[in-house]
Design a protein around this ligand. Sequence first.
Ligand code: TRP
Ligand code: ZN
Length: 317
Amino acid sequence: MKLSVSGRATATAVVAAATLLATGSIAGAAPAPEPVAIAAAPDIPVTAVKAHLTQLQSIATANGGNRAHGRTGYRASLDYVKAKLDAAGFTTTIQQFTASGRVGYNLIADWPGGDTNQVVMAGSHLDSVSSGAGINDNGTGSAAVLEAALTVARTGYQPTKHLRFAWWGAEELGLVGSRYYVNSLSLANRARISGYLNFDMIGSPNPGYFVYDDDPAIEKTFKDYFAGIGVATEIETEGDGRSDHAPFKSAGVPVGGLFTGASRAKTAAQVTKWGGTAGQAFDRCYHSSCDTTANVNDTALNRNADALAHAVWTLSQ
Ligand code: TRP
Ligand code: ZN
């Protein structure tokens, strides 16, 4: 029997074959088990990701120009993301903590269903620095994780594993929100997380394509995606442990992620691979007031959002 890539017909046919085998009505040796069909990730529309960035920019503009921890722009960003997820059918939780004398929040969104003993998580920090709107750092990761989650809902995806998405507070104060989340998990609940995928700066204007060199299976999943679209990648070396995957990694959770570069300069060899400008930072507006919606490379954002979805879909079934 030919397996199609997805769809009910395949599942029904597999069940029918299994029933035949169980009832013993096929003579002779049992054939090798059929491979289970893997549903391919849908394309994540970059226009939808960019629409979220426009909203985050408006939120910053209306709140003193930033979305920083403890400021009104942070809470407004969280409320924007939460409303979208609630409307799509996610179970959302706000986790509150205190950092530098101000209240901060993480947002956790669970997609109902799947094996909660095997949780696949994808997350990004939602806070900016106080000097700007933080659209590449890290509106891009936040918007791509949001749109991937909304795509799960839109397509009615029902993976074997349980999906959980997260938006962290106070990353810019030293990974405070993500560390608080990991520390608040029981050992049993930590062990249930089969992987954490981190997205921090995935639309740098002079982009590189960097994959975290952490869990080998997660790393391979991302590299396979980029190989499939003919884009070279390099191992992320600019800031090992400088984002929200670090607390998970320290707790023994397999981690991975994507990054398009911050203040480090792109080399001539990297320009040969990826185009762009040699001797210029991957993101000249890193932690500055010019980190606005103008500070995003759409091609990089599109590729990374699709790679994110590829990993979420592939690792959850
Ligand atoms: N986490 C840093 C920030 O938000 C940015 C950063 C620097 C980074 N190096 C990195 C993120 C490497 C991921 C990987 O300011
Ligand atoms: Zn960041």
